[in-house]
Design a protein around this ligand. Sequence first.
Ligand SMILES: [Zn+2]
Length: 344
Amino acid sequence: MACEPQVHPGVAGPLPTSSSGWGTLPAASPSPPGWGQELHNGQVLTVLRIDNTCAPISFDLGVAEEQLQTWGIQVPADQYRSLAESALLEPQVRRYIIYNSRPMRLAFAVVFYVVVWANIYSTSQMFALGNHWAGVLLVTLAAVSLTLMLLLVFERHQRKANTNTDLRLAAANGALLRHRVLLGVTDTVEGCQSVIQLWFVYFDLENCVQFLSDHVQEMKTNQESLLRSRLSQLCVVMETGVSPVTAEGPENLEDAPLLPSSPCPQETPLMQTELHQLVPEAEPEEMARQLLAVFGGYYIRLLVTSQLPQEGRTRHTDSPRVPCPCQLIEAHILATGCCPFLAR
Ligand SMILES: [Zn+2]
């Protein structure tokens, strides 16, 4: 059956950025990959690949943990497994990833172009313009223009889709920070198959935590309104269930519906939406760790896809022009002015 799930654990190949060995794995050797070798910030430890099919799927995280152990990293499974799997493998999340993949968007665009071209052409026939070559050219130009506009809308939507999947890893990254591992997710298409890739990247974030902690403390002292303004934008809308038993009913009988909405009102789930602040007010160090957890997935996705902005100097990585997480957060999340928040 084509829907049979397939898991492809393995060690990642070289990253697109191959600058001075940073971001790449050491060359293959008969000994285990991490044997006697020093790890560098930003080094890919392993990547799990899984076909995004219609069947229930799961990451083979045990294989990843074995790979991490060869690097000398022990990650307690119970601290992150359920967080990572629930973040990425729920059916609605996988459908979301498929519908926002580039081939799917291109397919929509092609269908849209054909339909628009046919509609405009048939309309132009009513005005006796369709048979002339200039008329056909105008129809084609109009259809191309509308299709390009659609692609721009898709591109804008794609950024939000990436942001959503990145932020879903915040809880798992919060648990993995202390083990010097960050998770990131990317999706790709191989043949006609959507593939989810879960990246495990080494990062010792203590220096970043220290820098961000000092920076937040300084902002609290000198730029408190700016800090509040920036953090207030880091919110997600959450839908939570409310027990019908505890939910408040109408205050008087006049407001009550004449008929029950369902035969079993006790089983009807009541949902409420609430705004959840991703980085709540706390001690500077705690806020720094939360910032790194929230944007860890975003950083890793940009890192492994070579989309990180180039910096003049790096702070806590070994690559000369690649920013570390605290640089990215300082410049693109907490800085003054209009920053393209998560615009990649
Ligand atoms: Zn840093």
